[in-house]
Write a protein that binds this ligand. Structure first.
Ligand SMILES: NC(=O)c1ccc[n+]([C@@H]2O[C@H](COP(=O)([O-])OP(=O)(O)OC[C@H]3O[C@@H](n4cnc5c(N)ncnc54)[C@H](OP(=O)(O)O)[C@@H]3O)[C@@H](O)[C@H]2O)c1
Length: 277
């Protein structure tokens, strides 16, 4: 837990979760330093020389790894970062992790063994993947072709996830907690896309495709082949049914229910984000 005059580093601070965490901490009067390649000082996961300046004077850090904490090498990099952070005086690490991912669990273990106080926010799929990330263009185009099969996923609203991370960073009682955060209901990708289409007032269809078809499409659109196949391997793993259950991390951390997908879709539709381009 930080005091209000303690500097908190928010890694991935310009990303989907990090910018929400940074905004909430700032609202609470907690001084924040953003950590990313576009921040000052620059922080780059791939350049260890940038890490010391980012953690200097920092007492707590939100650790969102990019591109994905489950990818090969991520756990080792997070472990090395945790060592530098603790050596330089960081006392609390809050790690954004993913459910059912072996690589992510190794990153969790590294943070748990770092010597700092720790909190793990182990997340299900973000609802905002449909509105701020890789599924947005597909929703706008009206066809979401994705290797999600018929599996059900308890999508989480990032407003809830950010509330959990900020509670962990700024309130007592969240140390040594693994908060597995999910939304309140299981939806298949087909159901989720239908809810988005209904809220947006347009036809949006879900087309289940194979992981290879997805990777080939992503590569054709410019994604590096190794990254495309790492993502599809990860999708195949986490969407094999292992995560098709609800967890109570939001309730345990915040003492309230997480918000649902329909509410998210209505809120986002009202912003016009899903209007056809
Ligand atoms: N999407 C999901 O459904 C889901 C579910 C569970 C867990 N997760 C986890 O969420 C994490 C991603 O968080 P997010 O979605 O909030 O981030 P995001 O929206 O993907 O944004 C990435 C952030 O990281 C920064 N960044 C990118 N490359 C970097 C590098 N080499 N060094 C330092 N910073 C870098 C970016 O800023 P710059 O471009 O300025 O560097 C940006 O701030 C991943 O670890 C993933 O495993 C995702």
């Amino acid at each position: 837990m930080t005091n209000t005059n303690d500097l908190t580093l928010v890694l991935g601070g310009t990303g989907k979760t990090g910018r929400r965490v940074a905004a909430r901490l700032t609202e609470r009067g907690v001084p924040v330093r953003l950590g990313s390649r576009s921040a000052t000082p620059r922080f780059d996961w791939n350049d260890q020389n940038t890490w010391s300046a980012a953690v200097d004077g920092v007492t707590a850090a939100y650790v969102s790894y990019s591109p994905d904490v489950a990818f090969p090498g991520a756990a080792e990099t997070v472990a090395a970062f945790a060592d530098v952070a603790v050596e330089r005086g960081v006392r609390h690490l809050v790690l954004l992790s993913g459910r059912g991912e072996e690589g992510a669990e190794r990153a969790e273990q590294a943070v748990q063994e770092s010597g700092a106080a720790w909190t793990i926010v182990r997340s299900s799929w973000f609802m905002q993947n449909f509105s701020e990330d890789f599924l947005l263009d597909a929703v706008r185009a009206g066809v979401v072709a994705f290797p999600g099969g018929r599996v059900a996923e308890p999508f989480i609203d990032l407003e809830d996830l950010a509330d959990v991370a900020v509670a962990a960073l700024s309130e007592a009682g969240h140390e040594k907690q693994v908060y597995e955060v999910t939304g309140p209901a299981l939806l298949t990708f087909s159901e989720a896309v239908a809810v988005v289409g209904d809220a947006a007032g347009r036809e949006v269809v879900y087309v289940p495709i194979t992981p290879d078809e997805y990777a080939e499409g992503a590569i054709a659109e410019g994604m590096a082949a190794d990254i495309a196949y790492e993502f599809t391997d990860l999708f195949a793993t986490v969407l094999d049914g292992r995560n098709a259950h609800l967890s109570d991390g939001v309730q345990r951390a915040l003492g309230r229910e997480p918000s649902g997908f329909v509410e998210f879709a209505r809120r986002l539709a009202a912003t016009g984000v899903w209007s056809a381009q």
